[in-house]
Design a protein around this ligand. Structure first.
Ligand code: APR
Length: 252
């Protein structure tokens, strides 16, 4: 593994534009279950019944049963070594943007500034009827949270059947088409359009470094370096190796 970490660090040091695509797996060590592992969220709640915009419009109180479970773990979650390590890489000038599918705000709390959120962020709630927006924090003790117009509020996260924010989509495709290195961390890469980012980057000759505790469909198709294991320990080792080889300042 150390040899692979060293090769990955070399790629990062040489890259003039490095991106990271992250999924739920990067936050599992912060206590937030992912979706598709054995004990993931979708083993408890059928996404077709709880995670589509139609399900929310038809029965918001039912969907809030799942959302409350998620809110409780997200509210108490702290950034782990993987989030903090990516924040350090950005500070040193070796990581330029994170494209995340997560809604937990842990990249920002872990020190990253350039975060493109594909699926929104659960720290605010909106009324899909009158458009008023609230901080999730200010409605913490209301269940389900209601707007002053008495309708039930929806978290500002993207449900299945809703579009990805256009700005996030355009910016991420533009970056992926000129990236020289892409870290793919903690995602099964089964949900579109986020899962097209690795393919776009690869088509433009970026090196793909995958960090996951298990192999995915990317591993044997487009991944150049597969670092298998927990994201926290691997990102930590990768950052140490970048510091060791690069002396800490970005050479490009
Ligand atoms: N370290 C590294 N990888 C991990 C860890 C860990 N500690 N724990 C889990 N993983 C990996 C799993 O092996 C899996 O490949 O993270 C991945 C998580 O995959 P999913 O649960 O499918 O999550 P994600 O890829 O983010 O799902 C994408 O699907 O349901 C929608 O909107 C939801 O954003 C989500 C999207």
């Amino acid at each position: 593994m150390q040899e692979l970490i060293s090769q990955a660090a070399e790629i990062i040091l040489r890259s003039k534009l490095t991106l990271a695509l992250t999924g739920a797996g990067i936050s599992v060590e912060s206590g937030i279950p992912d979706f598709r592992s054995a004990d993931g969220l979708w083993s408890k709640y059928d996404p077709a019944e709880y995670a589509t915009i139609e399900a929310f419009q038809a029965d918001p109180e039912k969907v809030w049963q799942m959302l409350r479970d998620m809110e409780e773990v997200v509210a108490s979650a702290k950034p782990n070594k993987a989030h903090i390590g990516l924040g350090e890489l950005e500070k040193m000038g070796y990581l330029h943007y994170i494209i995340t599918q997560n809604i937990d705000n842990l990249h920002q709390e872990g020190g990253s500034k350039n975060v493109i959120e594909y699926h929104g962020n659960s720290s605010t709630l909106s009324c899909i009827w009158c458009g008023k927006r609230y901080k999730t924090e200010e409605k913490r003790d209301e269940f389900p949270p209601k707007c002053e117009c008495k309708k039930i509020l929806k978290p500002d996260v993207v449900f299945f059947g809703e579009p990805i924010p256009a700005e996030a989509l355009n910016r991420s495709f533009q970056l992926a088409s000129s990236a020289e290195a892409l870290l793919v961390i903690g995602t099964s890469a089964v949900v579109s359009p986020a899962n097209t980012i690795p393919t776009i980057a690869k088509q433009n000759h970026a090196k793909i470094i995958e960090i996951n505790k298990e192999r995915t469909h990317l591993t044997d198709s487009i991944t150049d370096i597969f670092l298998q294991g927990g994201a926290g320990a691997i990102v930590e080792s990768l950052v140490e190796e970048v510091k060791r080889q690069g002396g800490g300042n970005h050479l490009m």
